[in-house]
Design a protein around this ligand. Sequence first.
Ligand code: FA5
Length: 328
Amino acid sequence: MNDDTLHAIATAPDLRELQALRVRLLGKKGELTEGLKSLGALPPEERRARGAALHERKRAVEAALEARKAALERAALDARLAAERLDLTLPGERVPAGAHHLLTQVTNRLLDVFASLGYEVVVGPELEDDRHNFGALNFPPDHPARDTQDTFWTTDGRLLRTHTSPMQVRYMESHEPPFRVVVPGRVFRNEAVDATHEAQFHQLEALVVGERITMADLKGAITEMATALLGSGTRTRLLPTYFPFVEPGAEFAIWWQHPKTGREEWLELGGCGMVHPRVFEAVGYEGVTGFAFGFGIERLAMVSYQVSDIRDLFRGDLRLLEQFRGVA
Ligand code: FA5
């Protein structure tokens, strides 16, 4: 045995090799064990010297084995600690949270405004019948006003509502005045789709009925809404126009300063007017007056947030959705 043995121990690559060396040297039939066993056969003077040398050698081998074992175990532990290293200073993984669509945000903002003005929020069916969408709203059969609101029909004669106004009729059929209600919802039209027209979009409708409700109340309600949205001093404008279910009828606009361009301009929002006597007749109301107005939510959202193409609102493109997280 020579220092090659100690070198082999000191450089054993792993615990298995080290154990093999231990067996080869110190096992039952190991080199050193055999050497010690054979001492008995030696003459006494030689035995002492040889015995001392062998024991010395055995201690050296044992110490070398222990040292290498400790080194290999420490290296294994270090490798494991390095592999399992946990950096508690790293930022956590972000769980992406959803957000409301821009249209939902704008709608909720509007509903908050109307709730604060004392309006009840009601919703109605998107699949309507001719009577509620047209007939009771004073669109006679084959009247050209129907052409402005072409829509999709089911084979049983029902249709996808073209505006939220049918909820005026539904609400009045099942409630007694006085009341103020506001109706958000999706509507449909058979339109040639372009940057400002979709085949489905959203409207918000308001209806107020009671004794001696006047056009001044209508103008006041629109101004109150505009003020709540845009601040005090906001001006509103009504321009006469025709809708079969109101008389007089008007389109309304808000004078506002555009939030991005800073330009002051009229923002045309929708239609309004005093509820037509024929509509009251259709629902069996007498001795009351009322006003209604309705407008496109996409239009308000697009102008407010500079969305130039209405189709972008419905594409589900994350770039747009993320841009308008929590804005309204
Ligand atoms: C109506 O729908 C009436 N029901 C409004 C009304 C209510 C009048 C109560 C009187 C009393 P109009 O068809 O103009 O009116 O549509 C109202 C608004 O919906 C428009 O000003 C516009 O902002 C929006 N709109 C209409 N067509 C589309 C479309 N294809 N895509 C997106 N928005 C539209």
